[in-house]
Write a new protein. Structure first.
Length: 95
């Protein structure tokens, strides 16, 4: 193996699924622009359960309303997900 990295022990990484919340719904913003939002039909609690059942050890929950206002806005949804999910740790972020 060459010195370009192939001779090093295999690197390991973990994919952490993110659920962006706005108005209690699962959304994605195009380049962080609130005016360019895609809303998904998935219920955030069911989506979190699916990620955990698929083997996710962590879930990253983003309160977009809270990030914008500086106040927790989706706490009820985040708390419900935390109560539902016992097989994955919850990491959350807000404003």
């Amino acid at each position: 193996m060459s010195a370009r990295g192939w001779g090093h022990p295999m690197m390991r990484f973990e994919v952490i699924p993110a659920i962006d919340l706005r108005g209690g719904q699962v959304v994605r913003l195009k380049q962080g622009d609130y005016a360019q939002q895609t809303t998904y039909a998935a219920d955030p609690r069911e989506l979190a359960k699916r990620y955990a059942a698929a083997g996710a050890h962590w879930l990253h929950l983003v309160d977009l309303d809270g990030a914008r206002s500086g106040q927790l806005a989706n706490l009820a949804v985040i708390a419900a997900i935390a109560a539902d999910i016992t097989e994955a740790a919850i990491e959350g972020i807000t404003g």
